[in-house]
Design a protein around this ligand. Structure first.
Ligand SMILES: NC(=O)C1=CN([C@@H]2O[C@H](COP(=O)(O)OP(=O)(O)OC[C@H]3O[C@@H](n4cnc5c(N)ncnc54)[C@H](OP(=O)(O)O)[C@@H]3O)[C@@H](O)[C@H]2O)C=CC1
Ligand SMILES: O=C(O)[C@@H]1CCC=N1
Length: 290
């Protein structure tokens, strides 16, 4: 895998997704621990944990962590983004590249938080990437969409692709599609886990013990995902291969249809996409008011 060279990375936020990225970067060798600098709002024991686990540099003060980095990864909750950026704007290096993974927060909101912050004299256009990974980053299998601001260079694109590819597969997209990515693949693992929960319960209902039901469900999902990933055939063809005329699968799918399974899944993705846009609007308003 391609390495990030000599670039230094600053993590603003040290939660679950930040850790997944740090693990991916260090285990794949894309970045060395000494190139990674991590800070958070105040949870010192969490920083010690990350330092012990991955050997990365950790700092109580954002100004110590971020004053000399080349890339800042914004890994706070969406609602904390404007405050976090306003705090760091006065001291971050002028030519830094920002990569935000906060759901719903637009490139315009990030730019405005950085350029209108009190004490910040640098009003130049910022190089900003908005990305949406998912929690499968933990096992280096994220499906990540990302978009670059107009000020980004081809070198920035290469850096970001390398960085995000350390935790899975990354797809460049127009920013207008990032809420859709959030609703589909950002939230997507939860839909699959919900299905796994329901299938396990279904197995228990028909007499299997919980352990056996769990094993069968996990291996079934893994095998089906592997078939899809290897493009053995499109999903519809694969489904038809399982479905014998008048057999068990046909009987099961008819029940899913009776409960409007497809409509429910499509409506869930639509609503999650709308919610991502709503989050963005809320934080844009907050950033403008602060
Ligand atoms: N969960 C998911 O599936 C996905 C989440 N995301 C996005 O990832 C982001 C992070 O989520 P997650 O890792 O679950 O969040 P966590 O709550 O686990 O972590 C948030 C981190 O932000 C830190 N923080 C808050 N405010 C500041 C501040 N002002 N300055 C510095 N650090 C600050 C917190 O520090 P402290 O602990 O000290 O308060 C904490 O380390 C969110 O924006 C989310 O939308 C993206 C893709 C998928
Ligand atoms: O639920 C959320 O808001 C985050 C964003 C994508 C996945 N989890």
């Amino acid at each position: 895998m391609k390495a990030l060279g000599t670039l230094h990375l600053g993590f603003l936020g040290a939660g679950a997704i930040a850790e997944a990225l740090i693990r991916g970067l260090t285990t794949t060798g894309v970045a060395r621990p000494e190139q990674i600098h991590v800070t958070n709002r105040g949870n010192r024991s969490r920083l010690e944990e990350l330092q012990l686990r991955y050997g990365v540099n950790t700092y109580a003060l954002a100004s110590d962590a971020l004053a000399h980095v080349d890339v800042i990864l914004i890994c706070t909750k969406p609602r904390d983004v404007p405050t976090a950026l306003t705090t760091i704007a006065p001291f971050v290096p002028r030519d830094v590249l920002y990569v935000s993974i906060a759901a719903g927060v637009s490139i315009a909101t990030i730019e405005s938080s950085l350029t209108t912050a009190k004490g910040c004299l640098d009003r130049s256009r910022k190089r900003i990437v908005r990305a949406m990974p998912n929690t499968s980053s933990v096992v280096l299998c994220s499906a990540t969409g990302y978009a670059l601001s107009h000020a980004c260079t081809p070198e920035d694109e290469a850096v970001v692709r390398t960085l995000l590819s350390a935790v899975g597969r990354a797809y460049p997209l127009d920013e207008s599609l990032l809420n859709a990515v959030t609703g589909l693949s950002g939230s997507g693992p939860a839909y699959v886990y919900y299905l796994a929960e329901a299938m396990t319960q279904g197995g228990i209902d028909v007499g299997l013990d919980p352990h056996t039901a769990t094993e069968l469900v996990v291996e079934t999902l893994f095998g089906a995902a592997q078939m899809l990933r290897e493009r053995v055939a499109p999903p519809t063809a694969l489904r038809k291969q399982v479905t014998s005329p008048n057999g068990t699968t046909m009987a099961g799918l008819a029940v899913l249809d009776a409960y409007s399974f497809t409509d429910a899944v499509r409506a869930a993705i639509k609503r999650a996409t709308e919610r991502s846009a709503e989050l963005g609007d809320e934080f844009t308003r907050e950033a403008q008011e602060s």
